[in-house]
Design a protein around this ligand. Structure first.
Ligand SMILES: Cc1cc2nc3c(=O)[nH]c(=O)nc-3n(C[C@H](O)[C@H](O)[C@H](O)COP(=O)(O)OP(=O)(O)OC[C@H]3O[C@@H](n4cnc5c(N)ncnc54)[C@H](O)[C@@H]3O)c2cc1C
Length: 168
C-alpha cells in the first residue's frame, strides 16, 4: 500500500505515510500534554496505534525503530510579513496545521511571491504581499474549521473542542 492513511481518535488524529525505503512514518497530532505523556513511554506509543482500529488493521504488526520526536505543529501567523530589506516566507510567515497539507506549497508560493515583489518594484510591494497572505489565511482558517467540524463523534473531547473553535 502506497497511500497516506489518516484516522481520527478521541484525543487527536494519526497519519501514516510510507517512506521510499518501505518503512512507515507515523504522526500523532494531539494535545501537548498527551504528546509529552506518549514521548515518555514507548509502550503507550504502540498502544496509541493499536487504539486506532482502521490504521492498525491496514498496517498490521509493526516493529518500532528510532525515538519518537515531538514537535509543536500548531498553525501560526506572523505579526509582520515584511519590513525594510526583508520578507518572511514559508512557515516563518504562515505555518499551517498539518491537517491542511499546504505547508510545502505555501513555502514555495510565498518564496516566489516575495521574489516577484522584490524584482518587479523599485520599492518592494509589501502591501500586495500582505494582502495575498491575508486572503490565504482567511481561506485556510475557514477550511480548517470546516474540516475539524466534520468529525462529529467527540465534540466534548478537549482536542476536538479546541480544534473546532475559530482560530484566534
Ligand atoms: C508534523 C508535520 C507534518 C507536516 N505535514 C505536511 C504535509 O503533509 N504536507 C505539507 O505540505 N506540509 C506539511 N508540513 C509542513 C511543512 O513541513 C512545512 O510547512 C515546510 O517544511 C515549511 O518550509 P520552510 O522552508 O518554511 O521551513 P523549514 O522546512 O522548517 O525550513 C527552515 C530551515 O531553516 C533552518 N534554520 C532554522 N534556523 C536557522 C538559522 N538560524 N540559521 C540557518 N538555518 C536555520 C532549519 O534547520 C530548516 O532547515 C508538516 C509539518 C509538520 C510539523
Amino acid at each position: 500500500m502506497a497511500r497516506t492513511l489518516i484516522e481520527a481518535r478521541p484525543d487527536g488524529w494519526l497519519y501514516a505515510g510510507k517512506l521510499s525505503d518501505g518503512r512507515w512514518a507515523i504522526g500523532y497530532h494531539t494535545l501537548p500534554q498527551d504528546a509529552v505523556r506518549l514521548r515518555a513511554c514507548e509502550a503507550q506509543q504502540a498502544a496509541a496505534i493499536a487504539s486506532a482500529p482502521y490504521l492498525s488493521a491496514c498496517l498490521g504488526a509493526l516493529a518500532w525503530e528510532g525515538p519518537m520526536v515531538t514537535r509543536d505543529a500548531r498553525g501560526l501567523t506572523a505579526t509582520m510579513s515584511s519590513g525594510p530589506g526583508w520578507f518572511a516566507v514559508g512557515d516563518a510567515v504562515l505555518a499551517f496545521d498539518p491537517i491542511a497539507g499546504q505547508g510545502l506549497f505555501n513555502a514555495l508560493r510565498t518564496a516566489l511571491a516575495a521574489a516577484e515583489a522584490i524584482i518587479t518594484a523599485r520599492t518592494p510591494d509589501a502591501t500586495a504581499y500582505a494582502a495575498e497572505l491575508a486572503r490565504v489565511t482567511a481561506i485556510y482558517s475557514e477550511r480548517r474549521q470546516a474540516l475539524y467540524r466534520s468529525e462529529e463523534r467527540w465534540p466534548e473531547q478537549t482536542f476536538w473542542r479546541q480544534q473546532r473553535a475559530p482560530l484566534a
